[in-house]
Design a protein around this ligand. Structure first.
Ligand code: PMV
Length: 320
């Protein structure tokens, strides 16, 4: 039985967002979400189960992290070892080919690659759905990165909705600062649910936005997908901001204004924002140059990364 595997996975950006968890175990989102997995940006993770190691070893981008410095990763490795009755510690080396402060959730691709490598290294032939169920326990958005193209996470279940070429789309990731984010998403969600006067409104509205967005995606209606994606992000942040959880900076607001100006001038550009200050602009491929020109003129945007829909997580060299 092989004890080592190398997995690759890509980040995803949610078009309809989840924000808030169901009470209890399992890290289950309170509302459904729909994302697009992005090509080109890659996490590569090598994992070896080793019964001789006293504890897990975790090296990220060449730097070793102790248990206290990466509690979520170590807790996930503990869980994975228990879930598969491995009886060994994990020796993990992971690398992102995109900067951690790029505004793309490295936790999604990170836990997706980690889960797939951990399962395959143990010789388990679990399908992507079962690996996604495991990855979700590390970071809920990671469950979606097991699949390529457009992917839904509904309760405990992640499933593909449409392949990567279903809707021609470019995601322009506008990086608005190099600093790491102040509040982790899991903490931001807890504070929002406890303190926001609009938490209930968000929990009621998000499933409706999600259902409409799913329909628009299946109908290949780019404008409607864009409108609903922007509405989802604004509603999520409005509920968070009302609890004092503010992920935006001044450049975030200026970038959102630039996207509205692009639309007023006839360009099909729409914005979404995750739990951070960066703005992801959705455009049809033919509008990329115009949108890039406008976004490069926004003072404070550090750089723009161009991404497209891409594949799900895979074992290096082929198998899933
Ligand atoms: O599951 P996490 O901790 O990566 O949080 C994801 C939160 C959002 O990106 C804002 C929403 C989403 O559905 O991805």
């Amino acid at each position: 039985m092989t004890r080592e595997a190398v997995a690759i996975a890509h980040p995803n950006v949610a078009l309809s967002k989840y924000w808030g968890k169901r009470p209890g175990e399992g890290n289950v989102p309170a509302v459904p979400s729909l994302s697009v997995t992005l090509a080109g940006l890659t996490t590569r993770t090598r994992l070896r189960w080793d019964a001789a190691l006293p504890d897990h070893r975790f090296v990220l981008d060449g730097k070793a992290h102790e248990r206290a410095a990466a509690p979520k990763v170590f807790a996930f490795l503990d869980l994975m070892a228990r879930a598969q009755a491995v009886g060994a510690s994990a020796d993990v080396e992971s690398r992102n080919d995109f900067p951690t402060a790029s505004g793309l959730a490295s936790s999604a691709s990170g836990f997706a690659a980690l889960a797939l490598a951990g399962v395959r290294a143990n010789g388990c032939d679990w399908d992507a759905t079962r690996v996604a169920d495991l990855a979700r326990r590390g970071s809920a958005s990671a469950a979606r990165s097991l699949f390529g193209g457009f992917v839904e996470l509904d309760g405990e279940l992640a499933r593909p909705v449409a392949p990567a070429d279903h809707l021609p789309l470019v995601v322009l990731v506008c990086v608005t600062t190099e600093s790491p984010k102040a509040v982790a998403s899991s903490e931001g969600m807890v504070v929002t649910m406890e303190r926001s006067p609009y938490a209930k409104a968000w929990l009621e509205d998000a499933p409706r936005i999600h259902a409409r967005l799913r329909e628009a995606l299946i109908a290949r209606d780019f404008h409607r997908v864009g409108e609903l994606a922007e509405a989802s992000a604004l509603a999520m942040h409005a509920s968070a901001i009302a609890a004092g959880v503010v992920y935006w900076n001044g450049v975030t607001i200026d970038t959102l204004a630039a996207v509205r100006s692009l639309r007023a001038a006839g360009t099909a550009a729409y914005a979404t924002v995750d739990a951070g200050p960066h703005v992801k602009v959705l455009v049809p491929p033919g509008e990329t140059a115009v949108a890039l020109g406008a976004l490069r003129g926004v003072p404070g945007i550090v750089r723009v990364i161009e991404a497209r829909p891409g594949p799900g997580a895979a074992i290096e060299g082929g198998a899933r």
